[in-house]
Design a protein. Structure first.
Length: 264
């Protein structure tokens, strides 16, 4: 499988914990993803999970729906896209990459709030010592500081897991950083053209600006994990009802292997 990933992408990602990749989608794929994800965000199916409804406090930060593929078969074309997963495999150096979940991420117009600085790993039900999970964040619209593009703190993934942040009443994640370890690390703002993406490590500090425009800022995120990640026992939307025991490997029909080293 041909991917746009170069050695420069790999080196930058491993050193800094994030990387920008231009033109992950071609024009035809972008239009199809826009159509499918618009439909998925509006469906009332009961297998995907919407974080909050219109008018809710969380909705003002993110209109988010998790596992869109479970209520919209067309989303499977993208949520399980081999090019995305192979890219994740190359960036991490893992032997296998599994799917964890997808989510549509809409920053609603005019009234949205910033997404505060945070790490993703504290929200995932994985055991403390296990790392290497990452996300692809695909822009369906051109994004910049006016409509909700992301920013990252280089090398922050090297600090390890810190603390989950309350998106509605956010703590300052930098208060949990000891010894001025990030004092010389300035945020890197990453505007994107539609169809381009970022990848970021689950431990990388990141932030999304508010959407000040009159149109939604639309994105699709997909979370990947190396093989053999184990369940911590913590409550999580994705693992709820699966009868997992603490220490079980996250695998099975909801967490398929999408890329294997040596495949082409």
């Amino acid at each position: 499988m041909t991917t746009p990933i170069t050695q420069d992408h790999i080196d930058f990602y491993r050193e800094n914990g994030f990387v920008k990749v231009d033109n992950m989608l071609n024009a035809e794929e972008l239009e199809l993803l826009r159509e499918y994800l618009e439909e998925a965000m509006q469906t009332t199916g009961d297998r995907s999970v919407q974080t909050d409804k219109q008018g809710g406090l969380y909705y003002r930060v993110l209109n988010q729906k998790v596992n869109t593929w479970r209520d919209h078969a067309g989303m499977g074309k993208f949520s399980f896209h081999e090019r995305f997963a192979q890219s994740a495999l190359q960036l991490t150096g893992a032997d296998k990459i599994r799917f964890f979940h997808d989510h549509g991420l809409w920053k609603m117009p005019n009234d949205s709030k910033p997404t505060p600085w945070h790490q993703d790993t504290p929200y995932w039900p994985i055991n403390e010592a296990e790392q290497g999970m990452l996300s692809i964040w695909i822009a369906l619209d051109d994004v910049n500081e006016k409509n909700g593009c992301m920013a990252f703190i280089p090398k922050s993934h090297k600090l390890g897991k810190l603390h989950g942040i309350d998106f509605l009443d956010p703590q300052n994640i930098f208060d949990y950083v000891e010894g001025g370890q990030l004092d010389d690390r300035k945020p890197v703002v990453v505007p994107l053209k539609a169809g381009s993406c970022t990848f970021h490590n689950g431990l990388t500090f990141h932030y999304a600006h508010a959407n000040e425009t009159d149109r939604p800022r639309r994105a699709l995120a997909i979370i990947y994990m190396p093989d053999d990640i184990t369940f911590s026992g913590a409550n999580h939307t994705i693992t709820s009802g699966l009868n997992l025991e603490k220490g079980d490997v996250l695998k099975g029909p909801l967490f398929p292997v999408l890329a294997v080293r040596g495949d082409s």
